[in-house]
Design a protein around this ligand. Sequence first.
Ligand code: BEZ
Length: 212
Amino acid sequence: MGLRIGDIAPDFEIDTTEGSINFHDWAKGSWVFFFSHPADYTPVCTTEMGRTAQLADEFAKRKVKPLGLSTDTVEAHKGWINDINETQNTQVEFPIVADKDKKVAKLYEMIHPGESETATVRSVFIIDPNHKIRLTMTYPMSVGRNFAEILRVIDALQTGDKHGIACPADWELGGDVIIPPTVSSEDAQKKFPQGFKTVKPYLRYTSVKDED
Ligand code: BEZ
């Protein structure tokens, strides 16, 4: 059975480009963007690593620590990071796991044999400060991930946790949010004194501000 939303992200000890880590200790108190890529020195992966590094301030603002992974060695990762920094005009400062024994890849089911028997696919786990898995996504080897979506879903999860709301399709930070059907209208009036719009009894919109 694979890992599912709501599961505790399994703990592990592993070598990374920033030294050996115990995952839960390293993640303590932070959100984590944990993502695998198929292999070092490959083009799509180079752009994804570069994008993650370029977005360092955006991740930090949201208290998110990125953690990459492939089944290459620390030495290979370090050599490749020089290429990423040079070609993507950035500095990779987040750790990349060297999972040469595929220990973590197996634990997190990042190898999908129909795609590759040996390399990890493009898995994403968004993990909250309680080590709970809040989102999973899996991309094929041939398609780079959309980092605007990764930041958007982190914003949506954090806004939902803070305000007890849900986010509609294509929601972006600052947009109207949805009052969950589990909240009665009476409770909604207390919880959302700014008001809300009832389109259907089960479809109610309100707005929330970061400082609310
Ligand atoms: C890439 O990163 O470009 C890539 C890696 C493995 C398979 C296909 C593409």
